[in-house]
Ligand binder design. Structure first.
Ligand code: SF4
Length: 403
């Protein structure tokens, strides 16, 4: 059985390194042009070169998303830019617009092209159409069921990539213009304002609210197929994609860790595979939204729609990164406040977990402190546990008591 690739989003060079350290086989990034995340800290050409070198040294791949819907001026300089992208060593380009596909296939040789999910390929005829034109991989629309993925795999030789985790659009991806109308931001050129997640009210003709104070969204529940990971791998899919280039290093490290562990566990012994409940618990620590299976088991139901505005549950917060260990102490770079006596969870690559209380908290100069409360401050706690490289720290949020 072919082990599918674990493909993780990397919105910044730091996230690229973390994704790979935590087990990603491949990452996808955005460049300064042609990507769908105009507000992300996208990669410059020199970032790309450094990121590719880091990835290739660790046998991982880097794909660049260049998947906007192109209008006339977007194509200026596209061949020069994509030639420079290819020369940076990027392993493939993720594209949806035929204008860019044609430009790459005819004028930028040796740069493999993957069809983006934005092109909504959800049947094998569409997949084979693109394969015939020279594309090496097709990223299926998120609206594809398990049965359809099997059918597609049975009728094509081209590589197939399918989404396994992340946000869903309430329209077919790449076909929503709510943000263009409401915010003058082009959803399909990197500017989606996520209008489907705004809070809405229903009014009668006189402006009276028909739903009182119960505001609602028009969004879809996020997808997480970890409980169905065995079924997904058994479709024969080549790559498992995780959504979220705008997400934090807490998210990137956690999803890479969970899916690496899950895929390795399944592939080591598919016949006796069981879902590990701690994978589900881990993923719940990075999301305050409900999860569903999206379209994987057929048509979504009302449970897959995030209709009512729900108060986020108390989750976990990211505390910081371990920067070193010396003489029974752990050196921490803080990202969010924590205090003497707090319960911390340390987690690292290969699904490492360790829990301990904060004891003898000190600042960088060795002075005893009660609280680490300056962003990025260096501090240390007493602890003898040996931690793996790249260990991160989180803690459970506690409810604020108001009087
Ligand atoms: S507004 Fe919502 S449905 Fe539309 S593109 Fe943005 S996230 Fe997707």
């Amino acid at each position: 059985m072919k082990k599918p690739e674990v493909l993780v989003p990397a919105g910044t060079p730091e996230k690229l390194r973390i994704a790979i350290d935590y087990g990603a086989d491949a990452v996808y990034i955005g460049g300064e042009h042609l990507g769908l995340r105009s507000r992300a800290s996208n990669f410059t050409l020199s970032d790309m070169q450094a990121g590719v070198a880091y990835a290739h040294e660790r046998h991982a791949k880097v794909y660049l998303a260049a998947n906007i819907v192109c209008h006339e001026n977007d194509l200026n300089g596209v061949v020069d830019y994509l030639t420079a992208v290819r020369d940076s060593g990027v392993d493939a380009l993720i594209v949806s617009d035929p204008a860019i596909i044609s430009a790459v296939l005819t004028k930028v040789p040796r740069l493999p092209v993957h069809l983006s999910t934005q092109a909504s390929a959800v049947n094998y005829e569409a997949v084979n159409f693109w394969a015939k034109h020279g594309l090496e991989r097709i990223v299926l629309g998120r609206e594809t069921s398990q049965q359809e993925i099997k059918e597609i795999k049975a009728h094509t030789d081209v590589e197939i990539e399918a989404f396994i985790q992340g946000a869903m659009c309430i329209s077919y991806s790449g076909r929503c213009v709510m943000s263009n109308y409401m915010n003058n931001r082009d959803a399909n050129r990197g500017g989606c304002a996520q209008n489907c997640r705004f809070l809405y009210n229903l009014m009668d003709a006189d402006g009276n609210s028909l739903n009182g104070k119960d505001l609602f969204t028009m969004s879809a529940v996020d997808m997480s197929l970890i409980p169905e990971i065995g079924e997904m791998i058994s479709t024969g899919v080549d790559s498992l994609k995780i959504e979220g280039r705008m997400k934090t290093i807490h998210y990137v490290s956690t999803v890479a860790n969970v899916y690496r562990n899950a895929v390795d566990t399944y592939c080591a012994d598919p016949d006796n595979f069981q879902v590990n409940p701690s994978w589900i618990e881990e993923l719940a620590k990075i999301s305050q939204r409900r999860m569903s299976f999206g379209f994987f088991n057929g048509k979504p139901t009302k449970n897959d729609e995030l209709f009512s505005h729900k108060k986020p549950e108390l989750g976990y917060e990211f505390i910081g990164e371990v920067k070193g260990q010396e003489t029974g102490r752990i050196i921490i770079q803080e990202r969010n406040n924590f205090s003497e006596g707090d319960e911390l969870e340390f987690y690292g690559p290969h699904f490492f977990h360790y829990f301990t209380k904060v004891v003898d908290l000190r600042d960088e100069d060795g002075n005893k402190i009660d609280r680490a409360n300056h962003a990025m401050m260096i501090c240390s706690i007493k602890c003898d546990q040996v931690l793996p490289q790249e260990t991160m720290i989180r803690k459970k949020k506690v409810a604020r008591v108001t009087v």
